[in-house]
Structure formats: structure tokens, C-alpha cells
Ligand binder design. Structure first.
Ligand code: NAP
Ligand code: GDP
Length: 329
């Protein structure tokens, strides 16, 4: 039977990257489209997945055999800090509707997207897949983190009670074309690209929140897309897989801001606001050992400078249509 792959959140950063890879990799190759496969990329306009009837209608319309479940209320540190209950409830509703509907419609496989925010704040590093539930997440995003963590619990319960093939992926910080470049609510990389652009345009200081010391691992959305396609086709365990660059590829927010300055040819230096309360988590280094042992060491990540360059080029070429001012109502 032909596979119908439904990508929820298909209009966002990660969804657009999967669409790009499926369209651009050679047909029939490891990450390219396979004969007989149909890919559906659904956004919130097509179905608000917080609503169970809308979710059921979406599944009845496309009859997916496989689901890559990306849809979520997503935001950076400051959005998460301001709206913990909304992040908790929206994401719990979305995840419950998608998994329940996939179960009752007999969907063969679901991969849900978590985040390294789900891990305990205080735990021995590096983060590895079996540490998800070992303690509370960082206080800045506990709403989002708990909703996402619960997906792993649901996946195990669906498997044990009903034998479902549901699993999850745990990406680190993602960036790339089609990101949300909102100044206040976005993640750090798109927010800083937008801020640097405005500083250059208006001849104003390029201001970065916090003191620049926190460390993060950044994965390019088009690399992550390949990893999702690999997981869909080649991985069949309920246990999550961390989808990340190597553990020693952490970079500081200061280094990130300096790289953005370089790529955008901004003539000045970034200025750090130095509000320590704005630093968020110091670091959350994740191991990609499980991933690399399964996918093979020949999988190559795009070099960071190249991926950042492609992202900035996309942003500059699409400034008029990009998400540059999304505010919550
Ligand atoms: P994004 O660009 O903000 O995209 C979010 C997607 O979810 C959009 O397609 C959006 O649809 C859809 N969506 C939001 N609310 C919805 C609703 N109520 N009903 C149906 N669809 C809804 O986010 P992203 O960065 O691609 O995130 C994709 C996944 O990766 C999420 O599960 C996120 O938690 C995870 N993740 C992201 C990062 C990161 O750094 N970005 C890191 C780790 C994990 P519309 O655009 O049509 O509204
Ligand atoms: P996190 O990885 O979940 O904490 O999410 P973010 O992508 O929002 O990254 C937050 C880190 O970037 C914190 O250390 C912030 O202090 C720092 N940062 C610096 N400037 C900004 C900014 O303009 N927006 C965001 N979201 N973070 C910023």
C-alpha cells in the first residue's frame, strides 16, 4: 500500500525543511521521495489541532499511514517565560488530539517532536535519551517542557496498551529558512538575525539579551529534516532519539552574535544587556551518540557558517513575507 505521510506543523521552520528535502533530494534516495509516497504538509489554517473534531477531519481527509507530528505552540525563552499555562495547555491538547486520532484511525507510525527543554535542569551532562524524566525541567519553560515530556509517557502507554508504533525525536535548538523572526518571542538565532538587520538599517546598537555566556547546540533545519526522514523509515522503537550535532559543538550566545555580525557584515560589535535573569538555562549539552550509531558516521551535518549564511540569505530575500512580527493575542 502506498504511504501517505502527514506532517503536522508542516508550514513551520521544521515542516518547510522536510518539504524542501523531500523535493530536492534525488527521488528514491535515502532522504528523497520514494515511489508511491504522498506527503501532506498541514498548518494551523487547515486544522486547529487543539480541537479534536478538526483533528479527526484532517485525518479523515488524508487518511495518513504515517505522521510526523511537529505542530506545537513554539517560542523562545521569553515567550515561554511569559505564557507558561498557554504553552502547557495548547501543546497538551494538540498532542493528545494527534496521538488519540492516530490511534483510533490505525495510523501505522507517529513520530512526535520533543525538544531538549524536556530534560531535567539539574542532571549529569551530557543529556542522553534515558534521562528525560529524572527531575524537573528548567523553570523558564516548564509549561512547554511538561507538555512535551508527556508525549513520551503517552507513546509508552499507547505501545503497552494498544501496540502502537509511536515514538519521538528530541532536537536541540533549530534554525533555518522559514523560521519565526519575531523580535520578542522568537528563538535566539532568528531574533538576533532580525535585530542585527534593523541595527544595520537604522544605525542603532545591536543589543543581545543576557550576558552572552549560555551555551547551545544549533542544528540546521535541513539537516534535522533528513534525520526525521531517517527516523520515519529506519527507526522502530518507542524510545526517543536525540537529533543533534555533536556534544562538543556547543557555542555561546556571544559567539553566535559575533557570527551573525560577521555573516551580515554589520560594522560594529554586539552589545550585551547583561541582565543575568535573561540568560535562561546555562547549557543543555545533548549527546548524539545514539543517533550516530544508528544512522552511521557517514551522515554529515552542514557546516555552521554555511547554514547560518543560507539562513541569513533566506531572511534578506524574504523579509517582506517572513514571520517578522508575530505577536500573541
Ligand atoms: P514553527 O516554525 O513555529 O512552526 C509551528 C508549526 O505548528 C506551524 O506549522 C504551525 O502552523 C503549527 N501549529 C501551531 N499551532 C497549531 C495548532 N493549534 N494547530 C495546528 N497546527 C499548529 O515551529 P518549529 O520550530 O518548526 O517547531 C516544530 C517542532 O519542533 C515543534 O514541535 C517544536 O516544539 C520542535 N522544536 C523546535 C525547536 C526550535 O528551535 N525551533 C527546537 C526543538 C524542538 P501555522 O504556521 O500554520 O500556524
Ligand atoms: P532556549 O534555548 O530554550 O533558552 O531558547 P532561545 O532560543 O530563546 O535562547 C535563549 C538564550 O539566548 C538565552 O541565553 C538568552 O539570554 C539568549 N538571547 C540573547 N538575545 C536573545 C533574543 O533576542 N531572543 C531570545 N529568544 N534569546 C536571546
Amino acid at each position: 500500500m502506498a504511504a501517505v505521510v502527514l506532517v503536522t506543523g508542516g508550514t513551520g521552520l521544521v515542516g518547510k525543511a522536510i518539504e524542501y528535502v523531500i523535493e530536492h533530494e534525488p527521488e528514491g534516495s535515502r532522504f528523497g521521495k520514494r515511489p508511491g509516497e504522498k506527503w501532506i504538509f498541514a498548518g494551523s489554517r487547515e486544522a486547529d489541532l487543539r480541537n479534536s473534531e478538526a483533528t479527526l477531519k484532517l485525518f479523515e481527509k488524508y487518511q495518513p499511514t504515517h505522521v510526523i507530528h511537529l505542530a506545537a505552540l513554539v517560542g523562545g525563552l521569553f515567550a515561554n517565560r511569559e505564557r507558561k499555562m498557554t504553552f502547557l495547555r495548547d501543546n497538551m491538547l494538540i498532542n493528545d488530539n494527534v496521538l488519540h486520532t492516530a490511534h483510533i484511525k490505525g495510523t501505522k507510525k507517529v513520530i512526535s517532536c520533543l525538544s531538549t527543554c524536556v530534560f531535567p535542569d539539574k542532571v549529569e551532562y551530557p543529556l542522553t535519551e534515558e534521562k528525560v524524566h529524572l527531575g524537573p525541567p528548567h523553570s523558564s519553560n516548564f509549561g512547554y517542557a511538561h507538555a512535551k515530556r508527556m508525549v513520551d509517557v503517552q507513546n509508552h502507554a499507547y505501545k503497552e496498551e494498544f501496540g502502537c508504533n509511536f515514538t519521538s525525536a528530541i532536537p536541540t535548538n533549530v534554525f533555518g529558512p522559514h523560521d519565526n523572526f519575531d523580535l520578542k518571542h522568537a528563538h535566539v538565532m532568528p531574533a538576533l538575525i532580525h535585530k542585527c538587520y534593523l541595527s544595520q538599517k537604522n544605525n542603532t546598537p545591536f543589543k543581545v539579551m543576557g550576558d552572552g555566556s549560555p551555551l547551545r547546540q544549533f542544528i540546521y533545519s535541513r539537516d534535522l529534516a533528513k534525520l526525521f526522514i531517517w527516523q520515519l523509515r529506519e527507526y522502530d522503537s518507542v524510545e526517543p532519539v536525540i537529533l543533534s550535532v555533536a556534544e562538543n559543538d556547543e557555542i555561546s550566545i556571544r559567539e553566535l552574535a559575533n557570527s551573525i555580525v560577521k555573516v551580515m557584515n554589520y560594522p560594529d560589535k554586539p552589545e550585551f544587556e547583561n541582565e543575568l535573569n535573561d540568560n535562561g538555562q546555562d547549557r543543555k549539552p545533548a549527546s548524539n551518540a545514539k543517533l550516530m550509531s544508528l544512522i552511521g558516521s557517514d551522515f554529515k551535518f552542514t557546516p555552521f557558517e554555511q547554514a547560518l549564511g543560507e539562513t541569513v540569505t533566506w531572511f534578506l530575500q524574504n523579509y517582506g513575507n517572513a514571520r517578522t512580527g508575530q505577536s500573541y493575542v
